[in-house]
Design a protein around this ligand. Structure first.
Ligand code: IMP
Length: 191
């Protein structure tokens, strides 16, 4: 049996680490995800792919990480709000939270509540000049009210298959989430 390959996951978000570590454990026998807590600037760009790419290149250029690593950027895109908050999700969540989103959605009916979660993962390794980007999405809708105590961020208001993501275990969320879909593409690439 060969030794396990280590991949650093650069993030300040412990919830994301838990999701990705569980997923790697259940879906890959030879990959270990190791958390590193480096801060990096997140540019306000229109596309999550470009945000993830710019963050990865910043870390590559700084030269602080001499091993294979990944970073990711995620966002919530609400159809009736023309994709808002999208790449500005972190800022909007900090300023108005789930309550604020629910207020913006007041009076909007079934189809108008459709929303998309998206993750862009950027994978880097020392002898690769450009980060490789993997994208995952999941279509759901904005719930009428916040429900559930699991997860983080917009999970209590993002509904998929009758439940909010905050009502799912990490294992259940990983079956369908944007993040897991992007990460599975990375796993396929690595194998
Ligand atoms: P970022 O990828 O950390 O920049 O995420 C942007 C915003 O979306 C933050 O407010 C996160 O809390 C939120 N967010 C990212 N991923 C998820 C998720 O899987 N569920 C719920 N909220 C998320």
């Amino acid at each position: 049996m060969g030794s396990k390959r280590e991949l650093l996951f650069i993030t300040t978000n412990q919830h994301k680490v838990k999701e990705i570590q569980e997923l790697a454990e259940s879906e890959s026998r030879n990959l270990t995800i190791v958390h590193r807590n480096y801060e990096y600037p997140e540019l306000q760009l229109d596309e999550l792919e470009e945000v993830a790419r710019a963050s990865a290149k910043y870390l590559q250029k700084k030269g602080v990480i001499q091993r294979p690593f990944l970073i990711e950027d995620s966002g919530l895109f609400i159809h009736a709000l023309h994709g808002f908050p999208g790449p500005f999700s972190a800022y909007v969540f900090k300023r108005i939270g789930n309550e604020g989103i629910l207020k913006l959605m007041a009076g909007k009916q079934a189809d108008e509540r459709r929303a998309l979660f998206k993750t862009a993962v950027a994978f880097c390794e020392p002898d690769r000049a450009e980060p490789v980007i993997f994208v995952g999405t999941v279509e759901g809708s904005i719930a009428d009210e916040a429900r559930g105590s699991g997860g983080f961020g917009f999970d209590p208001i993002f509904e998929f298959g009758g439940k909010t993501f905050a009502e799912l275990s990490t294992e259940e969320k990983n079956k369908v989430s944007h993040r897991s879909r992007a990460f599975r593409k990375l796993l396929a690439f690595l194998s």
